[in-house]
Design a protein around this ligand. Structure first.
Ligand code: 13P
Ligand code: SF4
Length: 323
């Protein structure tokens, strides 16, 4: 090992120790998404998908929640725990899906389409949630849509790929917002086909934010947690993973004897989410130390945005998806 590498490793270890110490001193909890850098997942108290992290944010008795993911996740934590301090390592960690649906544009649609139920993916701003009837995540979307009356007109947004997948699975004809995830839309169909040919024994795991051409080649389509559970419970030893590669940290931890391969974009780039990767161990340490950046949402907006999330949790409980 080079001196530089040894120095870097001991620097990262010290930072991680300082984070753990600060966390205890301040009674803080760190919630990490599966797409976070490995070193952030390693110091997180809980790692999970967006649904599990929302539930943890609601249930925690910590005084401070540090949301390591992207801003809509920090906002969801604040909406569900408005009296707690919610910190994020980098306030610029946005999401192309949340950016694609502005509250004023959604309001315009609502005004022009009275009677249409608004179902929004969790990847939206607090303002959009406040205009929404029911929030869904990729782990409960199909079940929630199935629970609604067949004749009910629905707008689903902002992810057109997830919306299209739900329409196919449920036989509904929801109107779809025209948004997309810059990470999942870039996976190369051609490179996935090549990998499948080279590893015919491997199962393909894909997130429903991927394009239809990718989903058509998948053995399992599910949320990050659903894909992880499938890999853990499957007898198969090799998987081709078509989602943000941060999930490989937990897949390899939980399945050390299994092999996980990744697919790139057509230009060979590795499809990391540039927003998720803005969070670093240094920024996490600084945010715990200085208690900033903080997610701030007015009480009134929190109350409005919480209603469609409570509806999601209620239906998920009725459908047996969560306890
Ligand atoms: P999950 O709900 O599966 O955690 O996905 C969130 C996300 O942003 C996927 O790109
Ligand atoms: Fe948003 Fe896509 Fe990044 Fe998920 S992977 S946070 S949907 S940009």
């Amino acid at each position: 090992m080079t001196v530089d590498k040894i120095n870097k490793e001991s620097y990262m270890r010290d930072l991680a120790d300082d984070i753990v110490r600060l966390k205890k001193e301040k009674n803080a909890v760190i919630l990490g998404h599966y797409y976070q850098r490995d070193e952030i997942q390693a110091v997180s108290d809980y790692i999970g998908d967006s649904l599990a992290l929302a539930q943890k944010a609601m249930d925690t008795d910590a005084d401070i929640i540090v949301s390591c993911g992207v801003n809509f996740m920090g906002e969801t934590a604040k909406i569900l725990s408005p009296d707690k301090k919610v910190l994020v390592p980098d306030i610029n960690a946005g999401c192309s899906l949340a950016d694609s649906c502005k509250a004023e544009d959604l309001q315009k649609f609502i005004d022009e389409n009275p009677g249409c139920l608004i179902v929004s993916y969790a990847n939206t701003t607090a303002e959009v949630k406040a205009l929404t009837d029911i929030v869904v995540t990729s782990s409960n979307a199909c079940k929630i849509i199935e629970s609604l009356p067949v004749e009910q007109p629905i707008l689903f947004g902002p992810d057109r790929n997830l919306g299209n997948y739900i329409n196919v699975q449920t036989g509904r004809k929801m109107k779809l917002w025209n948004g997309g995830c810059i990470v999942h839309e870039k996976f190369s169909v051609h490179k996935l086909e090549q990998l499948k040919n080279e590893h015919p024994e491997a199962k393909v795991l894909a997130h429903p934010e991927c394009k239809k051409e990718i989903l058509d080649l998948a053995d399992k389509i599910a949320s990050t947690k659903g894909l992880l559970d499938y890999a853990i419970n499957s007898d198969c030893r090799k998987f081709i993973v078509v989602t943000e590669p941060g999930i490989l940290y937990e897949m390899r931890n939980r399945c050390p004897s299994k092999e996980f391969l990744t697919v790139s974009a057509e230009n060979g780039s590795c499809n990391e989410c540039e927003y998720m990767r803005l969070n670093t161990l240094e920024k996490l340490y600084a945010c715990l130390r200085d208690e900033t950046p903080e997610i701030k949402i007015s009480k009134e907006l929190c109350e409005k945005a919480a209603q469609p999330i409570y509806r999601m949790l209620e239906i998920s409980k009725q459908c047996g998806l969560i306890k």
